[in-house]
Design a protein around this ligand. Sequence first.
Ligand code: SF4
Length: 240
Amino acid sequence: MTAGRPTAGARPITSRRRLTVPAGVVSVMVVADTLVINEIFRSIQGESSYAGLPCVLVRLTACNLRCVWCDTARAFYEGAPMSVADVIVKVLEFDCPLVEITGGEPLLQPNVIPLMSRLCDLGKRVLLETSGSVDVSGVDPRVVKIMDLKCPGSGESDRNRYDNLRWLDKKDEIKFVIADRTDYEWARTQLATRGLNTIATVLFSPVWEKLPLQTLADWVLADNLPVRLQSQWHKLIGCR
Ligand code: SF4
């Protein structure tokens, strides 16, 4: 459902404020028109329907979750402030049509909203990777949201914000990262009871080096699920 979406990027960033991440994990100083950036680099998009394409990744610092299999813990605390304008300049240097905003949890920093809108204005295809634990309603509708629903094996499934589902549409993607059979059956139940494949593309991805891709493929085929099997292309080819 898309009716009644607020105008993306409408929230002005006019003051200095402190962003407090829940659970006492970390606190990030947010300054007008500034983001705390962990890294900006070009790689191969790894975990969506865009997998395999060259992509500029903008990784924002801080996360409010602690998934047990997280592979980007370096983004919890490490980072440096950059203005939104400087982030855009850096992204444009790569001359790449695809840009992914990731983390950490990018939506913890309000200035990411105007950053994504400006990148869209510049003609970039913008992907947002988000954990699903933070409100996505203010995201520019042009942005492709790749939103996790955290399975029990992550240790963070009680943080899923199911209200976010009403802000997704067919261009968006819902991702389950699956560690074992318990996670798989939970994801299968969510798929069926919430009609997820009628909302967006649904991705099933195994936890790297924990659940074999072949095993997950066998389960998906046995149940004839309307989902897209994913791996992590960037790891298969040795990129970040
Ligand atoms: S949401 Fe992402 S960055 Fe945060 S702990 Fe989970 S896997 Fe790591």
